[in-house]
Design a protein around this ligand. Structure first.
Ligand code: ZN
Length: 338
């Protein structure tokens, strides 16, 4: 371990170099699409019982929706590296995380092809060791304006690659999501369903209801993007596919006089620390890894958090490594040993 006074190493230190893929059923390679959501809070998520149906498409898909998910931090800069690290909020250590490889490197060590597709300000170091590509506005003229792209561009990038993927693969889609304060710029006109909206980055100039309307429209749009991604995965048959969606932190929309996010965790309201998480997988995926989805569905109200992501992704993909903590793998009790 590094002492507090030690300088950070120039190269990240390896983790999970012993990672291997366990045997599994069937002959299809695995594909997991990991969608990193942005600024979507649990309270406004339709599947969580919000008074507005902001997730109509995911509801139809019959996904498993986890209702009690807490974040590692209240900002992208804290949460994102933490989500991909083997340690979570309770033992959060910025120096450890910065100086060590991430979940994506462990997957790489195990023989997965890993790609990070970004529609945001980058991956904060977690994809440094794997392939990465940012959305280029010129490639998605319908989705992009003034250098900023709607998240459907991520679905287009994924679909362009699906037929040519080889071997076990993990693709991360890093969304722009509900990034504030310009919520009104996060969805196309067709998703301006809750009105009036706040069509300004100056939240002081809008009513709380208008701000919430714009925020909810952006969630409706994320619901549609996730539905399209699941559709693409369900339609292809060469990979046994799954999708995990998890938001990085929540957002305050005027409650307690607070807006946006980034409060110190100890005093942050749950609007900033509780986020949605959704699991979808094909029957082929479940059969390949021995996952009992009815069992997984019974765990949907258990308290979990970002800390579970690292271990659950490895577990669900049947990767074995000394760094994997089975206690933190939320799929473990629902998987049979193939
Ligand atoms: Zn964020």
């Amino acid at each position: 371990m590094l002492a507090a006074s030690d300088p950070l190493p120039e190269q990240r230190l390896p983790i999970g170099e012993d990672a291997t893929r366990l045997p599994r059923a069937g002959d299809k390679p695995l594909l997991m699409v990991l969608v990193v959501g942005e600024t979507v809070r649990a309270a406004n998520w339709g599947l969580n019982g919000y008074a507005r149906q902001t997730t109509p498409q995911l509801t139809k898909r019959g996904v498993i929706n986890f209702t009690d998910v807490s974040t590692c931090g209240t900002s992208t800069a804290v949460s994102l590296p933490c989500m991909f690290a083997p340690i979570g909020k309770d033992d959060y250590d910025k120096r450890y995380i910065k100086s060590h490889e991430s979940l994506l490197d462990v997957l790489d060590h195990a023989g997965f092809n890993v790609l990070w597709l970004d529609n945001q300000a980058g991956c904060k170091g977690v994809c440094d060791g794997v392939s990465q590509q940012s959305i280029q506005p010129d490639d998605h003229p319908k989705q992009c304006q003034d250098g900023r792209c709607l998240d459907e561009a991520l679905d287009e990038e994924l679909r362009a690659r699906l037929d040519n993927l080889e071997g076990d693969t993990v693709i991360v889609l890093h969304q722009l999501g509900n990034h504030g304060p310009s919520y009104y710029q996060r969805y196309p006109e067709a998703f301006r369903r809750f009105t009036p909206t706040c069509d300004s980055a100056d939240l002081n100039s809008c009513s709380q209801q208008a701000i919430t309307n714009s925020y909810d429209n952006a969630i409706l749009y994320t619901d549609s993007v996730l539905d399209h991604v699941i559709g693409a995965l369900a339609e292809q048959s060469h990979h046994a596919a799954s999708l995990l969606y998890l938001s990085d932190h929540g957002e305050s929309l005027g409650e307690h006089g607070l807006y946006l996010h980034g409060l110190p965790y100890a005093i942050a309201p749950k609007e900033q620390t509780q986020v949605p998480m959704v699991w979808w997988s094909s029957a082929a995926f479940d059969a390949a890894v021995g996952l009992d989805k009815d069992c997984l569905a019974t765990t949907r109200d258990a308290p979990i958090g970002h800390a579970n992501l690292f271990h659950s992704v490895l577990g669900a993909l049947r990767v074995e490594s000394r760094i994997l903590n089975p206690q933190q793998d939320m799929t473990r009790v629902c998987r049979s040993d193939a």
